[in-house]
Design a protein around this ligand. Structure first.
Ligand SMILES: Cc1cc2nc3c(=O)[nH]c(=O)nc-3n(C[C@H](O)[C@H](O)[C@H](O)COP(=O)(O)OP(=O)(O)OC[C@H]3O[C@@H](n4cnc5c(N)ncnc54)[C@H](O)[C@@H]3O)c2cc1C
Length: 508
């Protein structure tokens, strides 16, 4: 092979997002030589960060990679490759999953899979993750909220007037809206200026609790931790018995390089990690690494999501940071259904350029008017893992993402219920649009963990059943997707794994 340069590290972490960042920070004080290989670069702080034209119309930060769906149609996926991973663009909603999410939930179209751990195993790690990300929230409002051993690190982000009004109207209907748990630096002395963007925008001033600022930079303060950007991992190399990973192969500046390690931690995101493991197939692991169960690349889940614009023609909505309200009364069905429906939460404020793709023929003034008069919502339901919902690498390095949708009847019922509710509380016009399949924002499930090596790729500490020194800590480990935003759960488990690895480092 041309241009191979051998390097050596104790620990190689692939990907600098939530999972990789939490493990790097957990192991930083161990003194082990840790190398983080990140495909992207640091996302520049620049005026375009907050410009909807640049972010949504020009797609300035989206990868230019081409992927294929199950029918062979090419698309440009909603993937963002930067130091900090998808949290550079994320919406800062930092939810704990509910206790029942860990136990397996009966849905209209099937049951979600139980986790090999339960909420009490996670509670302390959720608390630690909230501290690291600086989460704001209010305990005791949400009827589905799991028990907490400590308060939120910061009090709730206050509602702005239009949202405070919605909150009260929901309460007057007997509902229990809650302040949304959010990781922005908004408190006395904090740096957030409520810029009016946030969700799906990078933060120009570093006030978003993302994996770069909260995990990677603090880990890099330790001299034994190194970040190498522009390094795209292509495959892992196992020893001749196929039991241990001996090296990670990556491309940098057109050159193929290898680094050997005692411990390899994959965290390239649920889709890329699965693709890399499958692309690493060799004579001893013909189905790919960590894949004697055959589950790697299968059971891909995202969420079923729909955006709603609730419009009051006589009132403009000048809210700067609307993501302060969520509603979980129907999460497990409530009064509307005997089966779970999902979560309702506010989206970042929709602006005119974001509507261009959806309403290309409408005059600009009408799109602007809609955006000025809407309160914008995100309706989310659980996606159920299915064996034929798959990620597969192609020989040319592209990815086939064949997402088989599930549980859509419940999602449609939830959208109808939410729209009715919004009309009832005073929005005469309520428009909706499902999110497309090209935006796998909440991707998970492709390298699931479990108790049984026959049906899972990873053990309850995310160690590959097949390889003693390989861990996978991105959202690929999820056995089910729940119906809440995933980042805090990725963080909690990868902190738990990081603590476990501290005690194992000497034996690896
Ligand atoms: C627009 C948007 C909004 C979101 N909003 C929210 C929200 O409000 N709340 C929430 O909980 N979640 C949200 N999410 C989801 C959240 O960001 C993810 O769940 C979380 O980042 C997953 O962490 P991860 O470690 O699994 O992967 P990532 O954070 O995606 O990290 C993967 C890392 O691996 C790198 N990488 C990929 N391939 C390679 C390779 N071959 N070699 C080397 N490095 C590689 C990537 O560049 C990246 O840095 C949002 C996502 C998006 C896209």
């Amino acid at each position: 092979m041309s241009g191979v340069t051998d390097e050596d590290a104790d620990v190689v972490i692939v990907g600098s997002g939530v999972g990789g960042g939490c493990v790097a920070l957990s192991l930083a004080s161990s003194g082990a030589r840790i190398l983080i290989l990140e495909r992207g670069e640091r996302l520049p702080r620049e005026p375009q960060n907050w410009d909807p034209e640049a972010v949504f119309v020009d797609q300035r930060y989206r990868t230019t990679d081409v992927w294929y769906d199950g029918a062979g149609n090419a698309f440009r996926p909603g993937q963002f490759y930067y130091v900090g991973g998808h949290t550079k663009l994320y919406g800062t909603a930092m939810f704990r999953f509910r206790e029942r999410d860990f136990e397996g939930v009966a849905h209209e179209e099937g049951d979600s899979r139980p986790w090999p751990v339960r909420y009490p195993d996670f509670e302390a790690w959720y608390a630690k993750a909230e501290q690291l990300f600086g989460v704001h929230g209010a305990a005791g409002e949400d009827p589905t909220e799991p028990p907490r051993s400590s308060p939120y690190p910061f009090g709730p982000i206050p509602h702005e007037p239009v949202i405070a009004d919605v909150f009260e109207r929901m309460r007057a209907r007997g509902l229990r809206p809650a302040h949304m748990p959010a990781a922005i630096d908004f408190h006395p002395g904090g740096s957030c200026v409520r810029c009016g963007t946030c969700d799906a925008f990078p933060c120009k001033i570093g006030a978003k609790g993302d994996a770069e600022t909260r995990l990677i930079d603090p880990a890099l303060a330790h001299p034994n931790v190194r970040l190498a950007t522009g390094c795209r991992v292509r495959r892992l190399i196992a020893d001749e018995r196929g039991r241990r990973i001996v090296a990670v192969e990556y491309e940098r500046g057109g050159e193929t390089r290898r680094v050997s390690a005692r411990l390899v931690v994959m965290s390239a995101g649920a889709i890329n990690s699965a693709a890399i493991l499958l692309a690493s197939a060799g004579s001893t692991n013909a189905n790919g690494l960590a894949n004697s169960s055959g589950v790697v690349g299968r059971y891909f889940m995202n969420h079923n999501c729909t955006a709603i614009m609730a419009i009051t023609p006589w009132r403009a909505n000048h809210t700067r940071y609307p993501k302060t309200l969520t509603l979980n009364d129907y999460y497990f069905g409530g009064t509307a259904s005997d089966r779970p429906l999902g979560n309702l939460q506010l989206l970042g404020k929709i602006q005119e350029p974001m509507l261009r793709g959806t309403l290309p023929r409408a005059p600009k003034w009408s799109r602007r008017w809609l955006a000025e008069h809407s309160v914008d919502w995100y309706v989310m339901s659980e996606d159920l893992g299915q064996a034929d919902s798959r990620v597969q690498p192609r020989g040319d390095g592209a990815i086939v993402l064949d997402w088989k949708r599930s549980n859509l009847r419940a999602h449609r019922r939830w959208v109808d219920t939410a729209k009715r509710l919004l009309r009832d509380i005073g929005f005469p016009v309520v428009l909706s649009k499902p999110f497309g399949t090209d935006t796998p924002s909440h991707q998970c499930g492709t390298v699931r963990f479990g108790d049984d090596p026959a049906t899972s790729a990873l053990d309850p500490y995310c160690r590959a059943w097949d390889h003693d020194n390989l861990y996978v800590v991105d959202a690929g480990f999820f056995p089910s997707s729940a119906a809440l935003n995933p980042a805090l759960t990725v963080a909690a488990q990868s902190l738990r794994v990081g603590a476990h690895l501290q005690s194992r480092l000497h034996e690896l």
